[in-house]
Design a protein around this ligand. Structure first.
Ligand code: UD1
Ligand code: CA
Length: 458
């Protein structure tokens, strides 16, 4: 007996006031639907079906290449109608777990406990007790057992007072669900085919319905507008940071860090305020991230320090590197051990070997820099001739003076020295000194024009 997960995602999400379909709104850098899909996958579902409607092409394109069965709901006639669209390809003997595309914070553990509590042939719904149940379906119990759900708009005053609500998560035996869906009608206040009506049908058929209460309301929060999206973002960020703190990561302020993807940390990592991590970032032992840093898809070696205000993307550093303040590492930057990259330095597609320094105001692109090289302030690799990019190679122990232009393709030998202000276009042999600049002249008797001091009108 396998598990089918059906995710309802056909709604437009009018309250988002966005051109983008609701389930593509970003939460921690990923679409809402990606979070729900991840919980489905974590349960080991053999079949995941997404019911789509509004913005279908865009939604499908965002998840291209993933093992998803897509079911179109051309007209949004209600949650029951939506599930019906997915049933054709759903194996009868599977258990079916229904999730909503706009409820992204569910923990796999909560869903697992719902499944564990439910035997073959039984049904379960996830509920939660809230202070303000307005807008939700109310769970009606008799002698403690769930007997039906009533939507807000169809509820009597007594029913409106019930504080246990339907989260939308439901687990059903496949064949029975199919039969119940076929019997749904839309004789209700909203003229919709309510999925929730299958609860009473199950009870009438003598099928046990477990009402499992979620402990945290945050987990079952539905996202309808930008305000709720921002609330969910905070909740998810807090959850991620708490997990990292439990593993021993230090944060100056857990409320002032954002992780949009996966952050893996070694021991004794410390992260100051306003650090943003995107994609997959790995920080080895003793890494220290100072304030205001954006780090995307990068790996930083043990003991690396990132001073304030750096922008780091697609880079790797070895142990003991020091970056910034105000450094920019672009994709393809690979720094070996103990490399220093200082302020206003940009590096891309370059390898820098052990102990080298690029400390001030430089652009290093498409370069291979050896070990213990000193790159002087204001050095630029001229890697682009308007058509193609070329590489610059600098050997071990070379010393590049300040304000040097290295016009690629070009090679500076190991131990070579380049005089300040040079524009280097040809190979410099090992150990030699190259200077390439106009000679300084002194123009004798030259008179500076005296400044005209204009009298300004009132
Ligand atoms: C639904 C439940 C309600 C529950 C609440 C929890 C029903 C009848 N009501 O109400 O008991 O308390 O969720 O948040 O199920 N969708 C479709 N096609 C449709 C209609 C909806 O795919 O025709 C999708 C939406 O995109 C959304 C989800 O189903 O992801 C829920 O739909 P929504 O309209 O938000 O349901 P609620 O009225 O909030
Ligand atoms: Ca809703």
């Amino acid at each position: 007996m396998g598990l089918s997960v059906i995710i309802l995602a056909a709604g437009q999400g009018k309250r988002m006031h966005s051109a983008r379909p609701k389930v593509l709104q970003l939460l921690a850098g990923r679409p809402l639907l990606a979070h729900v899909l991840a919980s489905g996958k974590a349960l080991g579902a053999s079949d995941i079906c997404v019911v789509y409607g509004h913005g279908g092409d865009e939604v499908q394109a965002a998840f291209e290449g993933q093992a998803i069965r897509w079911a179109l709901q051309a007209e949004q006639l209600g949650t029951g109608h939506a599930v019906q669209q997915a049933m054709d390809g759903t194996p009868d003997d599977n258990r079916v777990l229904i999730l909503f595309g706009d409820v992204p914070l569910l923990l796999p553990g909560t869903l697992q406990s719902l499944m564990d509590a439910t035997s073959t042939g039984e049904m379960a719904i996830l509920t939660v007790v809230v202070d303000d149940p307005a807008g939700y379906g109310r769970i009606v119990r008799e002698h403690g057992n769930v007997v039906r759900n009533v939507e807000q708009k169809d509820a009597t005053n007594d029913e409106l007072a019930i504080r246990e609500i339907n989260t939308g998560v439901m687990l059903c035996p496949g064949a029975k669900l199919k039969a119940w869906l076929a019997r749904l009608d839309n004789n209700n206040a909203q003229g919709e085919y309510y999925l929730t009506d299958v609860i009473a049908m199950a009870v009438a058929d003598g099928v046990r319905v477990h009402g499992i209460k979620a402990t945290k309301q945050e987990e079952v929060m539905g996202i309808n507008d930008k305000k709720q999206l921002a609330e969910a973002e905070r909740a998810l960020q807090r959850r991620q940071v708490e997990e990292l703190m439990e593993q021993g990561v230090g944060f100056a302020d857990p409320a002032r860090v954002d992780i949009r993807g996966t952050l893996r940390c070694g021991k004794d990592v410390y992260i100051d305020v306003n650090a943003i991590f995107e994609g997959t970032v790995t920080l080895a032992d003793d890494v220290r991230i100072e304030s205001n840093n954006l780090i995307r898809d990068s790996r930083l070696g043990a003991g690396t320090v990132v001073h304030s205000n750096c922008h780091i993307e697609g880079a790797t550093t070895g142990p003991g590197c020091e970056l910034g303040p105000f450094a920019r590492l672009r994709p393809g930057t690979e720094l070996a051990a103990n490399v220093k990259v200082g302020n206003f330095v940009e590096i891309k597609k370059s390898n820098v070997a052990d102990g080298s320094k690029v400390n001030h105001l430089s652009y290093i692109g498409d370069s291979d820099i050896g070990a213990n090289v000193n790159v002087g302030a204001g050095t630029i690799t001229c890697n682009y001739d308007g058509m193609n990019k070329y590489r610059t190679r600098i050997g071990d122990g070379a010393f590049i003076g300040s304000g040097v232009n290295l016009v690629a393709p070009v090679e500076v030998g190991s131990g070579a020295t380049i005089g300040a202000g040079s524009t280097i276009t040809r190979q410099v042999p090992n150990g030699e000194l190259a200077i390439s600049r106009a000679k300084q002249v002194t123009v004798k008797g030259w008179k500076a024009r005296s400044k005209r001091i204009e009298k300004r009108g009132d």
